[in-house]
Design a binder for this molecule. Structure first.
Ligand code: ADP
Ligand code: MG
Length: 545
């Protein structure tokens, strides 16, 4: 349990000076005690201090700012067009999630809230802002759109939150954030700033805009949760043009091998195009899978996400941006169909599992040309990710039926036959055998220099495969929920054709530019009529009866 170490003395939420009605709402969510980031950040936030919170995903950062905000906002009233607090989130989904948190924690107090995200008509949002809101939750682009239309003043902002700052950076939002900071009152504003990692640009931003912040850091930067069993599955494709289909087959084999231990999982692809291809292929093979990426219509994204959260959809195939920071409780598995190119994305991806002290498992499929990214990741997380057996065994596997291939999955068998099986494709260098990290750099230059030569040292490069062994991870012993696979597989059909564009950070801002129907609901009901979607999204939580 990641909570037990640093903050054992902090045993309950009641030790925190939160508003009793907030405490009541927290108790109703079933949380027993604050997570370390909550226990450390909340007291400072309640004192009005600026807070710089650094914690990996899944550590409960959202409540560490929503709870004190709700308590603090009890004093005073909202004025027209002048929100009293502002929460910036990088994506619509994350903003909506923050809104959901506010709704549930503020259910016993009176607090007005508006959500400014793409997909909702400006008119409806203007109406809300005109009336005055206590909490404004927004994506940076949309907020500035409203500001530029003269419908919004930020001079009344007393508390400003920047959530998932490192993702803002990835998505190119830093100039927007700077601009927004400058539109809010520098001297009186309290700033709560959260990030999983602290790249230099983020550090600079906090130095410029935070006043003497309390730095709250619960784990070393860019560490991955201890509760996640991480594996890498290295595969040398039999032929370059078969790499993708072999990866899909590896994925299927791993999914099947996980069996009942696989409650639900997210499969990350580097490119949007592959998100669609992988999801479609999984469905074709009888898996319950849906695609989530920035090119999908917002209503489709919402439906898929809700289906996944409600346990009706078992596998979510996603791009980084679409899935960043999403609060999806108890994901048992994360699969990296591709090794993430930015090593920090690895931390975020596998942060989807092993959340809030639960155990989880991640498997990263790694082709030889991706080992350079894997090395960067291992450097960042300061550990070597154990290698699991390649379920495809021999590189020429695709040519044979699945049952026959299963027999040949010994890694030693593979490493030998690899050099013989595909001499025709040697020219592209893509089938170079992966090497252990220590030997990799040397092996890589050797591979670069001699990619066209046969490699005699291949056998000695190969290091023993680490698998599950006799250790049975806790999640394998957990109960699992049956899912309505067919229904959501149907619902999960992508609405738009696959795009060739890589899943670059630009996908989300681009999607923001095309307003679509987007609403936040009090509960996670799955469908909503278009009339309902036209309703303004104000939450007027009534005081407890
Ligand atoms: P982060 O923003 O750090 O990624 P979230 O705020 O999304 O994390 O929380 C991650 C998960 O942990 C959510 O499912 C949330 O409901 C749960 N959670 C938050 N605080 C607590 C707590 N004190 N006890 C148990 N679970 C919690
Ligand atoms: Mg978060």
């Amino acid at each position: 349990m990641p909570y037990s170490t640093e903050q054992d003395f902090m045993t309950s939420f009641t030790d925190l000076a939160l508003d009793p009605r907030v405490l009541k709402a927290v108790a109703e969510t079933g949380y027993e005690k604050p997570t370390p980031i909550q226990a450390q950040a909340i007291p400072h936030a309640l004192e009005g201090r600026d807070v710089l919170g650094i914690a990996q995903t899944g550590t409960g950062k959202t409540a560490s700012f929503t709870l004190p905000m709700i308590s603090l906002l009890q004093k005073g009233r909202a004025r027209a067009r002048m929100p009293r607090s502002l929460v910036l989130a990088p994506t619509r989904e994350l903003a909506a999630q923050v809104a959901e948190n506010f709704e549930s924690y503020a259910k016993h107090v009176k607090l007005s809230m508006a959500l400014l995200i793409g997909g909702v008509s400006f008119k409806d949002q203007d109406k809300l802002i005109d009336r005055g809101v206590d909490v404004l939750i927004a994506t940076p682009g949309r907020l500035l759109d409203h500001f530029e239309r003269g419908k919004l003043m930020l001079t009344g902002v007393q508390i400003m939150v920047v959530d998932e700052a490192d993702r803002m950076l990835d998505m190119g939002f830093i100039p927007d954030i700077e601009r927004i900071f400058k539109l809010t009152p520098a001297l009186t504003r309290q700033t709560l700033f959260f990030s999983a990692t602290m790249p230099p640009e983020i550090t600079r931003l906090t130095e410029e805009f935070l006043h003497n912040p309390v730095r709250v850091e619960v784990a070393r930067q860019a560490t991955t949760a201890e509760t996640i069993d991480q594996f890498v599955c290295k595969h040398a494709p039999s032929r370059k043009d078969r790499a993708d289909s072999e990866k899909r087959e590896i994925l299927r084999r791993i999914l099947r091998a996980e069996g009942e231990g696989l409650t639900n999982g997210i499969i990350f692809c580097n490119r949007k195009r592959d998100v669609d291809i992988v999801a479609k292929s999984l469905r074709k093979h009888g898996f319950d899978a849906g695609a989530l990426h920035g090119d999908l219509d917002q209503s489709v994204r919402t439906r898929i996400l809700n289906g996944f959260r409600d346990g009706e959809l078992k596998l979510l195939v996603a791009s980084d941006v679409a899935a960043r920071g999403l609060d999806i409780p108890s994901v048992s598995h994360v699969f990296n169909f591709d090794v993430p190119i930015h090593s920090e994305d690895y931390v975020h991806r596998i942060g989807r599992t092993g959340r809030a002290g639960r155990s989880g498992k991640s498997v990263t499929i790694c082709l030889p040309h991706e080992t350079k990214y894997l090395e960067k990741i291992e450097e960042l997380v300061a550990r070597q990710i154990p290698e699991m057996e390649d379920p495809l065994g021999t590189p020429s596997a695709e040519a044979k039926p699945e049952t026959e291939r299963r027999e040949q999955s010994s890694p030693r068998h593979r490493s030998r036959s690899a050099s013989r099986a595909a001499p025709a494709s040697r020219g592209n260098g893509a089938d170079t055998q992966p090497a252990p990290p220590a030997a990799r750099t040397a092996a890589r230059s050797a591979a670069d220099a001699g990619a066209r030569r046969g490699r005699r040292d291949r056998g000695s490069d190969h290091h023993p495969v680490t698998g599950l062994g006799s250790h049975v991870p806790a999640f394998l012993l957990r109960d699992f929920r049956m899912t309505a696979e067919t229904a959501s597989a149907q619902a999960a059909k992508p609405a738009t054709p696959a795009s060739e564009t890589p899943a670059t950070p630009a996908e989300e801002p681009a999607a923001e530019a095309r307003p679509r129907s987007r609403t936040v609901r009090r509960s996670r009901t799955r469908s909503r009529t278009s009339e309902e979607a036209q309703q303004p999204q104000q939450v007027e939580a009534a005081p407890a009866a």
